[in-house]
Design a protein around this ligand. Sequence first.
Ligand SMILES: Cc1cc2nc3c(=O)[nH]c(=O)nc-3n(C[C@H](O)[C@H](O)[C@H](O)COP(=O)(O)OP(=O)(O)OC[C@H]3O[C@@H](n4cnc5c(N)ncnc54)[C@H](O)[C@@H]3O)c2cc1C
Length: 479
Amino acid sequence: MKRIAIIGAGISGLSAAFALEKQRRSIAPLEYVVFDSSSRLGGVLVTDHVNGCQIEAGPDSFLTEKPWASDLCREIGLGEQLLGSNDADRKTYILVKGKLVVIPDGLMFMVPTKILPTVFSPLFSLKTKLRMAREWFHPPRKADADETVASLVERHYGAEMVDRLADPLLSGVYGGDASQLSVRAVLPRFAEMEARHGSLGRAMLAAHKKMALAAKGSAKPLFTSLRGGMQQMVDALVSRLPESSFRPNTPVQAVQRQDSGQNCGWLVSAGYATDHFDAVIVAAPAQAAADMLGITSPELAAELRGIQYTSSVTVNLAYDGKVRSSLPPGFGFLVPHSEDKRMLAATFVHTKFPHRAPPDRALLRCFIGGARNEQVLQLPEEEIVSIVRQELRQILGLTADPLFARIYRWPRAMAQYGVGHLDRLQRIENLLNQLPGLTLAGNGYRGIGVPDCVRSGSEAANRALSALGLIAEKPQLAS
Ligand SMILES: Cc1cc2nc3c(=O)[nH]c(=O)nc-3n(C[C@H](O)[C@H](O)[C@H](O)COP(=O)(O)OP(=O)(O)OC[C@H]3O[C@@H](n4cnc5c(N)ncnc54)[C@H](O)[C@@H]3O)c2cc1C
């Protein structure tokens, strides 16, 4: 009987466990144990229900174009529960000089693909609009080295595009900072498009036309979620795994290689107990992985420690129907750093996913924190609510008292792929090659969104199974 430890029961660890469970059921001689330091399973996936509102404490949905999360949902019986965002009302605003300005139609991420809406948009100055026209003739350029997202975007569209779009998009979604994040790790398509086509605008338009042709009018919603909330995914996964395999409330302190004698493998120490395993999947955040692996491989631990994480707070505020009808239509807004606010973004949940709030309620989900505002995590709850309410007053003129507020703090939960991240992954892979049976999964490596974490977990499981000779394939390390 082969034994595999999974450390971390977030969506990465649970996806790994589900992949192992499938093998176990197909009569592989296999047993696995899932450790988590927390009393609840699922990591940052948490859904609460308050007064008829469905509140997502962590992720609220995932990108539809990345298939792994939806595929997993179908596999665990949640196909009927998958639900697209209400894209008929999709509209996102950017705060510019204190006013909300809608992102013009045809702007794909930050690349304009339609001329007229961009030309008439007040989001950009005339200077930036002229830069956009010039960008069309940008020559192909193969960069020798990695660079920040900000530097690539600025080269194409100028600094205003970084300030008004690139940075708020990255900080609103990932709590990141465009002047720190690696273009090759975060926006690899941009680096490829520049190398092949030169102009991002031309490349994006060509790709968009191809996709539209392939989709033939069956446009998919941008985001997908679950009717009962993201927690449904966790509950369905957990219900398909043997209860005896879980060790909640069990923080792992060390994972050490055992090289001698017949018992070659891994020792996992949690509390006063140490258990022997043939393979280990570390699906905890990279910083926690570094702490566990410090004795086994100081070099690996140092590389893992180099992957930075930012913290964030989600503040959910519910209001009555009067507020709902006073809010601008759309999914919400993003706040550029230059606007000097603490809030990074706000989602109008009742529009993006209407089933999450009764028709006579408005539900707002606001983000604060991120790379530039870590200290917000330490503030008392009342102060956080007061900051958010003050900024909502300034931005939306919203003065009403909320019916209720729910705050969730996520310390060091969002990995930030800095410049050189892919080189770091290569070094990690080389180090893992010397440590057979050890695999990493999670948002610290090749994608921070839920679908990437699902993929990462199941690839890590396959890697562990392959190391033990239980399956043939050998997917990439540190997925
Ligand atoms: C507020 C917020 C909003 C987000 N929004 C979206 C979104 O809308 N769409 C999207 O696709 N993605 C979103 N993300 C990103 C995505 O949710 C995460 O990247 C992903 O869920 C991470 O999953 P994970 O399993 O890798 O890590 P986690 O969920 O962080 O799980 C790691 C687990 O490891 C455990 N652990 C840590 N140390 C130890 C230890 N020593 N021993 C044992 N266990 C340990 C932790 O308790 C935790 O359960 C969001 C993230 C946050 C925080």
